[in-house]
Design a protein around this ligand. Sequence first.
Ligand code: ADP
Ligand code: MG
Length: 620
Amino acid sequence: MAIRQLTETIINQIAAGEVIERPASVVKELVENAIDAGATRIEIVTAGGGKTLMRITDNGSGIPRDELALAVSRHCTSKLTDDVHDIRALGFRGEALPSIGSVSRLSLKSRTADADSGFEIGVHGGRVEGPRPTPMNGGTIAEVRDLFFSTPARLKFMKTDRAEASAISDVVKRIAVAFPHIRFSIAGSDRTPLELNATGAGSAGMLERISQVLGKEFPENAIAIDAERDGVRLTGFAGIPAFNRANSLHQFAYVNGRPVRDKQIWGAIRGAYADVVARDRHPVAVLFLNLDPVLVDVNVHPAKADVRFRDPGLVRGLIVGAIREALGQSGIRAATSGAGAMLNSFRLGGAEPARADMAGQRWQGAAAANQKYELRQSPYRPFDLESTSVRNSNGFAETIHTFLYDGAEAVAADTRAGTAEIPQELLSAPLGAARAQIHANYIVSQTADSLVIVDQHAAHERLVYEALKNALHSRPLPAQMLLIPEIVDLPEEDVERLVAHAETLSRFGLGIEAFGPGAVAVRETPSMLGEIDTQQLVRDLADEIAEHDTSHGLKAILDHVAATMACHGSVRSGRRLKPDEMNALLRQMEETPGSGTCNHGRPTYIELKLSDIERLFGRR
Ligand code: ADP
Ligand code: MG
């Protein structure tokens, strides 16, 4: 076949293959155009998941009659002059409209402020018709029907109407977060309508828009971020660790106002939360990066969702540092959503029989979600512990309080706390004064205006974990010699792996050495963990190291070793605590960054405000 120039329509269809993947990509391009045109109201109507119809109406500047034909021609844009590195609009490639027009029936109606009528131009499978006059208000109406009718192979890849409709909502929400001053609405036969009213300016307006999109619990479960390094500014909100989700759809990132889906940014968010959110859970975060446009290349992919930073290390460091600092400064905060769910359940329960079923379902849902985090049932023996001094990363001494099991005395502990005088000074502490221990695992405490329930196992595990991690950056942890070394039989690979990390383990106070090919001898155990099931600990450690050895590097292994040890050394549920011990635990939680969640990302405590309790009883 002889070489020949492709037709304009074929060229556009090829481009469409990259820009227009599914209906949501069309909506993204058209909404971006409306925003670039200065619109303050953008209405979106869809049918058949966007496959049948997508109509985007805006009140922006409009397109003059004489430019309509250019708008739907390839490589025609009003947004770029001579410098492709200086991009300030969402669009710049001049590709979207011709691409869409080549694979659908596109109608573009527009009216500028000074025109006495609107004009319409049509592109049907690449063929242009018009412009001809049409009555309309100022702004632009872009209507796309029968997407991919001319490229049936593409149609086969479309998902169900419902899936495509929800992908469209996701795209719109993602864009809307960056433009709170614009009112967005989505409606159509294929969905429940969504309206995002324009909010005020500044960070308050931003937060309001985010909560329209992410739910009204977000603000109380998020910490504001504002950091800058070498001309790169990072603002936004980081969800507290306990407010985590099962997927990463609730992570939003923007570079100079443009929504991006960038692996480096996701990686940085993951890194920032690595210690506090379980690996199969995802934190919620909304991050805005602003930097000189010349420091970032947005022209990496036709869909403009990828970016390339000139200094990726700087951006990563900024994100990780800012989120960690925010989480640290905020101290301990548990998710309020837990208490909210509890309130809801209370309200539903018993009131009317018909709704009692719903309460049942709610609980089933909650139980199913919880099974994911199977709490390691601790098979270990009770232990006696004392206070141990360690030095934290700043060189300050810290005391790890540990809890002495004291059979006879402790039995009465829970009742005794409740009847004792409340130490007034403790009421103003964030976690308040311990009043009782119930079901041998939950510490109930009282602050000036709330009731706090602490999961003592989860909380203590977190505290031990933090202390272990501190030990990594300072002196090795104290070890306790075993009179008779304990021999643990293991597969040879496990022995090799453990021995390879013997030096690291000794920093934690665990002294092991090879004992023939199929066993290790344990000579010392970390004093902080007290009397533990050494066999089980060593086996668990071997598993952890095996799992993380190849892929994750030393840092990850250390974290997992610390977590495994923490789990072994924690106050188990079932241990009764004395009032002093309970209060000591609360005070230590207050002092320890990150103690609002356990190592698995679950909350370590929940708080119920007095006002909520009053609501439960109908007093308000
Ligand atoms: P790009 O956005 O990359 O410039 P498009 O193909 O999406 O390319 O749009 C081509 C041109 O059409 C834009 O540069 C803009 O001038 C004009 N245009 C498109 N949509 C609108 C709109 N909703 N309001 C005003 N002008 C628009
Ligand atoms: Mg565009």
